[in-house]
Design a protein around this ligand. Structure first.
Ligand SMILES: CCCCCCCCCCCCCC(=O)SCCNC(=O)CCNC(=O)[C@H](O)C(C)(C)COP(=O)(O)OP(=O)(O)OC[C@H]1O[C@@H](n2cnc3c(N)ncnc32)[C@H](O)[C@@H]1OP(=O)(O)O
Length: 259
């Protein structure tokens, strides 16, 4: 299964924040990856707990977005806390909300899908079309990626606090490294876009230092190091919520769009 996914993401408020005027599409196998991950999910303490909760009358199994067009009317902001959030994720969220009060940090809203208006794109999509953003592809809270980004304009910095769910499993019980790469790409991409406007990933180098336990809380901390013409050099570190474990370190090059 493959799909077209927008480079742009988020709710209307987010689009306004980033000052987008155009929509750019990239071809991605993201949904396919999530589907495969979901089908092959097995093992892991977190997953066992999750399945136990389901057997005890928990919520229904996850739906996949491409087969659930009716759900695409949902304009919920997925960056808001929900019941699947761990206390650690909630604490981090509260911390950055507190920091946002003086205006230095700003919470970035996030939607699961897009609303494309024909007049905006003048495109082959024919009228209004909605799609899913890669990191918000699952309808069910907690099974995929729970995350929220905060942006610090003065520091050219973006943090993404996140909690990977059981459908993102790589090694039994741990997060798939492709998921970690997605988080890094998204966080670094977001800070690049917030700094220079529309930009795409040209290069991403990741050193994976430690595996991320499914269900744990982590933070991707990314900043723009240098802007050289259209080139935006970024750096990103992924750490545990308490800063004790470094999960990954990355550098990324983003190229400002000519459009
Ligand atoms: C990021 C998006 C965010 C969106 C909203 C927020 C959501 C966040 C989440 C979304 C996150 C998801 C994010 C996504 O999924 S983004 C989607 C995935 N990325 C792509 O699809 C990009 C595909 N590549 C291209 O389109 C082109 O190759 C680009 C646009 C990158 C450059 O082609 P273009 O013809 O325009 O420019 P140029 O070739 O003259 O190059 C310009 C300069 O750059 C230098 N250069 C180029 N490549 C490399 C390289 N690999 N290493 C080192 N240097 C490189 C090059 O030498 C030159 O330098 P100089 O000679 O000027 O010194």
């Amino acid at each position: 299964m493959v799909c077209w996914a927008p480079v742009r993401w988020g709710a209307d408020a987010h689009c306004r924040l980033l000052g987008f005027s155009r929509i750019h599409w990239v071809y991605t196998e993201g949904v396919a990856m999530l589907s495969i991950c979901a089908r092959h999910t097995r093992g892991g303490i977190y997953l066992c707990n999750y399945l136990t909760a389901q057997r005890a009358g928990g919520p229904a199994p996850c739906h996949f977005s491409t087969s659930q067009p009716s759900l695409s009317k949902d304009h919920r902001d997925y960056s808001l806390p929900n019941v699947s959030w761990s206390q650690n994720l909630q604490d981090l969220y509260n911390k950055y909300q507190e920091l946002s009060k003086n205006g230095n940090w700003k919470c970035i809203p996030s939607c699961s899908q897009w609303r494309l208006v024909k007049s905006q794109v003048g495109d082959p999509m024919e009228g209004v079309r909605e799609n899913r953003f890669f990191i918000r592809n699952l309808d069910k809270d907690g099974v995929g990626l729970e995350c929220c980004m905060f942006y610090n304009k003065a520091e050219k910095r973006m943090v993404c606090i996140f909690q990977p769910g059981p459908y993102l499993e790589g090694p039994p019980g741990f997060t798939h490294n492709g998921c970690t790469a997605t988080i890094i790409d998204s966080t670094a991409g977001e800070v690049a876009v917030c700094t220079v406007g529309m930009a795409v990933t040209a290069n991403l180098n990741i050193d994976y230092r430690n595996p991320i336990l499914l269900g744990s809380t982590a933070i991707a901390d990314s900043m723009v190091e240098k802007v050289d013409g259209r080139k935006v050099y970024t750096r990103c570190t992924v750490r545990s919520h308490d800063d004790k474990v470094v999960y990954a370190e990355a550098t990324g090059l983003f190229i400002k769009s000519n459009l």
